[in-house]
Design a binder for this molecule. Structure first.
Ligand code: FES
Length: 125
């Protein structure tokens, strides 16, 4: 039983590749992407802030995700836009991992995640 909503299941860690983000479609939320940086996992909005591209179709390069449309980039940890033409930050959700599952608080108001590694706030899913 999940006693610590609003953290909710997003993906299995084993399904997240090393070099690309995993696209996640939930029925009640805009498209999400899960990215892996070493042992850490991050849940971000999948739609580029510059246009209608899906970032999960782009590459992960040195901690940044590159948009497949115009090669704009975002820092995966902070959401900061790091390469033109992207200027608006990407939303990054507080994320944690527990029992091989990536969990995220999709209701959080804009705070960047602190870890993405060991979950201390969510109960067993
Ligand atoms: S749509 Fe992503 S950089 Fe233009």
């Amino acid at each position: 039983m999940n006693q610590q909503a609003p953290y909710r299941f997003i993906a299995h860690t084993a399904d997240v590749p090393e070099d690309r983000a995993l696209a996640v479609v939930l029925p009640d939320h805009p498209p999400l992407a899960v990215a892996r940086l070493g042992d850490e996992f991050f849940v971000i909005d999948d739609t580029c802030t510059h246009g209608a591209a899906l970032l999960s179709d782009g590459e992960i390069i040195d901690g940044e995700i590159e948009c497949p449309f115009h090669a704009g980039r975002f820092d995966i940890r902070t959401g900061e836009a790091t390469a033109f033409p992207c200027t608006k930050a990407l939303r990054v959700y507080p994320t944690c991992v527990e029992n091989g599952a990536v969990l995220a608080d999709l209701d959080a108001s804009g705070a960047a995640p602190l870890c993405g590694q060991t979950c201390t706030q969510a109960a067993t899913v």
